[in-house]
Ligand binder design. Structure first.
Ligand code: NI
Length: 151
């Protein structure tokens, strides 16, 4: 089995908060990431596909095709956007790196027709990243308001 990885970058804003929590709870749990007008990250994603190289091409998956797929399905939709507001497939999702990885998996996995999706890594900073291997996890969706209800 050979593992091939395509890495890509995007920049986006988000606000971490749960609309069912009070303002105080959101502040206590999400801290700086709860800034009401959001804040930005330079994200890096790494998508790894595993398989046996095709005997005629030597490829597990043509990385040009994987790159195009990631661009079309993910990067074009999230780059320079506010993740809580602008991205259809993230409506109501708390946009942590964990949840981004799970949602990205759901989008990419059915479209990979050569090899098998093995993992998705989402780096929110140099020091913080998550890795997801596709174990079934439901991502809760909340109201799409960007602010919690007034107490
Ligand atoms: Ni953040």
């Amino acid at each position: 089995m050979v593992f091939v990885t395509r890495k890509a970058h995007f920049s986006a804003a988000h606000r971490l908060f749960n609309p069912t929590f009070s303002h105080q709870q959101n502040e206590a749990i999400f801290d700086k990431c709860n800034n009401p007008s959001g804040h930005g990250h330079n994200y890096v994603i790494e998508v790894t596909v595993k398989g046996i190289p095709d005997p005629e091409t030597g490829y597990v998956i043509d990385l040009k095709r994987l790159a195009k797929l990631m661009e079309r399905e993910i990067l074009d939709k999230v780059d320079h956007k506010h993740l809580n507001v602008d991205v259809d497939f993230l409506q109501g999702v708390i946009p942590t790196a964990e949840n981004l990885a799970i949602v990205f998996w759901g989008i990419l996995e059915p479209k990979i027709d050569s090899g098998t999706l093995h993992s998705i890594k989402v780096f929110e900073s140099d020091n913080n990243f998550v890795e997801y291997f596709g174990q079934p996890v439901a991502v809760p969706r909340f109201s799409t308001q960007l602010q919690e209800a007034e107490a």
